[in-house]
Design a protein around this ligand. Structure first.
Ligand SMILES: [Ca+2]
Ligand SMILES: [Ca+2]
Length: 253
């Protein structure tokens, strides 16, 4: 009786594990949204940052988008309106604080391409003053993995009175706090590749149609470097070799 009960519990657990791993395999590229966190220095006027302490962050605070290093940015219209700048449309901080720093703005059917030095599994951004047509596309080389648009975010974490405007046609992007003025959405949005097939090394940020795509404090979490895996293999191999050597010495002795 007891054994039968135990066996049925074990079978149940096994089926639970099986359905869990099935769900995991079916899981696709996902995202979370939150208010984010304050800058690593504690300054509250620099917008919202990722909570991932191991991420590489680009804050644009020196007034440029980097063209060397881990993440390299190239604009489709370098002489146009899309650029790094500072003004009142900067994405807000985790408590809705005004962001006085430089940030990235992409306008009217233009884009910026971010080329990454190695495969990456997570990308986050302080997405502010949201408009319909803000678009993010993730690639591995030339293969498009996934595209996200503003409407998919569905609800932003903060609707900021610092970003008022007329209704842009989507109530999930803006809120109407009892007046004719609409407040635009802000959130720290973090995208995740769910498996190795979704790892990416290129992101295109673009704006389809009118309005701007404002963002700040981009964060990147890389996948483990192959050299690290090889290092661990080498360590394991070394231990095996030493064991053999010891055995050999024993035989000789
Ligand atoms: Ca900034
Ligand atoms: Ca905007």
């Amino acid at each position: 009786m007891f054994i039968r009960k135990f066996a049925s519990i074990a079978a149940l657990s096994l089926s639970a594990i099986a359905s869990l791993s099935y769900a995991d395999a079916a899981h696709a590229f996902s995202f979370t949204k939150s208010v984010g966190t304050t800058s690593p220095t504690g300054a509250t006027n620099l917008g919202a940052y990722t909570k991932d302490k191991n991420a590489i962050t680009i804050d644009f605070n020196n007034g440029t988008a980097p063209t060397t290093g881990f993440a390299q940015y190239s604009f489709s219209n370098e002489t146009g309106t899309s650029k790094v700048k500072a003004d009142s449309w900067a994405p807000v901080g985790p408590n809705g604080e005004k962001n006085d720093s430089q940030y990235l703005a992409i306008f009217d059917n233009s884009s910026v391409t971010i080329s990454l030095e190695s495969l990456t599994k997570s990308f986050g951004l302080d997405w502010g003053a949201a408009h319909p047509g803000n678009t993010l596309s993730f690639y591995n080389g030339n293969n498009l993995i996934k595209t996200f648009e503003t409407a998919q975010i569905s609800k932003f974490a903060i609707y900021s009175e610092l970003h008022p405007g007329p209704k842009a046609g989507d109530s999930s992007i803006q809120s109407a706090p009892g007046s004719k003025t609409y407040y635009q959405g802000n959130a720290y949005v973090q995208f995740f590749a769910e498996n190795a097939n979704e790892y990416f090394d290129k992101i295109v940020i673009s704006q389809t149609g009118g309005g701007g795509f404002e963002s700040d404090n981009h964060s990147f979490r890389t996948v483990p470097e192959p050299s690290l895996v090889f290092g661990m293999l080498a360590l394991g191999g070394g231990m095996l070799l030493r064991k053999r050597k010891n055995q050999k010495a024993l035989n000789l002795g």
